[in-house]
Design a protein around this ligand. Structure first.
Ligand code: GLU
Length: 298
């Protein structure tokens, strides 16, 4: 029997906060409980926002918490060729089309449509308007000309084509802390024609995460509930790319006193700041509901 494989996959675009600590400690606890391995993956495709000092801080903060992980650490920025290969598969399968729209153009196309029928335009689970399909059926000559002219473009999933090609139904298995599993239905279509290759980066979070989880043999994904809806899209990508679907556990999010989830963008107090205030790793573990001392690895 092969060992279960878990991973913690932070992005080095800010300092880690207690929410990250919770996710990392839960991965560690479940990996130990299920006799598995723990990997660390640095999700740094966003070259403009990720910084080497934040990556160094991730290693420091996690080691300070008492975590250990396998080396070498996979850094996404070193593997763009893997995401490119997956993109070419999507393209070969007719699953994507290029989109030349700017954010502003998408917003104004949606605004026009919203005004006309007098009802709100549908949103994806992240709250963004579904793509209205402006570039979906461009003539191939025009596509080639615009790409050859160097016009910036992203690549979107063609959900209409995919519904016909791979109608589903979709789902995955979720597991709890005791290892009980149950089936969950997934609805990838609610994402609309989601971007899978961005204009500024030759991949996207969704594409790289499914490629990496498969390449690293991840069997158990433990991450926050804020990514639960994204799993619906991930199972569709796995189906198109012929990749296995891991088991998933989406844990509750830590919130600040105002009820907002902790986030780097909201400048939630970082682990480094808590450390500077004199908090010990044991205190943090206890505060987050984990045993005070790291259990020795077996
Ligand atoms: N890199 C993502 C984040 O920092 C996590 C992705 C995942 O666990 O699938 O929120």
């Amino acid at each position: 029997m092969t060992k279960p494989v878990f991973r913690f996959a932070p992005s080095p675009n800010g300092r880690l906060h207690l929410g990250h600590a919770y996710s990392a400690l839960l991965n560690d606890e479940l990996a130990r409980r299920f006799g598995g391995r723990l990997l660390l993956r640095i999700e740094d495709i966003d070259i403009a926002r990720c910084r080497p000092e934040f990556e160094t801080a991730i290693y420091e903060d996690l080691a300070w918490l008492g975590l250990r992980w396998e080396e070498p650490v996979r850094r996404q920025s070193e593997h763009f060729e893997d995401y490119r290969a997956a993109f070419l598969t999507l393209r070969r399968r007719g699953a994507v089309y290029p989109c030349f729209c700017s954010r502003k153009e998408v917003a104004s196309a949606v605004a026009c449509r919203e005004v006309k029928p007098g009802r709100p335009w549908p949103r994806d689970p992240d709250g963004a308007p579904l793509y209205p399909g402006t570039c979906r059926d461009l003539p191939s000559g025009e596509i080639e000309r615009r790409i050859a002219a160097g016009e910036p473009h992203s690549w979107r999933l063609d959900m209409g084509a995919l519904r016909a090609l791979l109608p589903g139904p979709y789902g995955y298995r979720r597991f709890d802390r005791e290892g009980r599993e149950e089936a969950v239905a997934a609805d990838p279509w609610r994402w609309g024609d989601a971007v899978v290759v961005r204009k500024d980066v030759p991949t996207s979070y969704h594409l790289s995460v499914v490629v990496d989880d498969a390449l690293q043999g991840v069997t158990h994904v433990v991450r926050g509930q804020d990514l639960e809806a994204a799993t619906d899209l991930h199972v569709l990508l796995q189906a198109i790319l012929g990749l296995p679907t891991p088991l998933y556990h989406h844990h509750g999010l830590l919130r600040d006193p105002e009820g907002d989830k902790l986030a780097k963008s909201r400048r939630s107090q970082s682990l480094a700041e808590l450390r500077a205030e004199g908090l010990t790793p044991q205190a943090i573990r206890q505060r987050l509901g984990f045993a005070g001392q790291p259990t020795p690895s077996t």
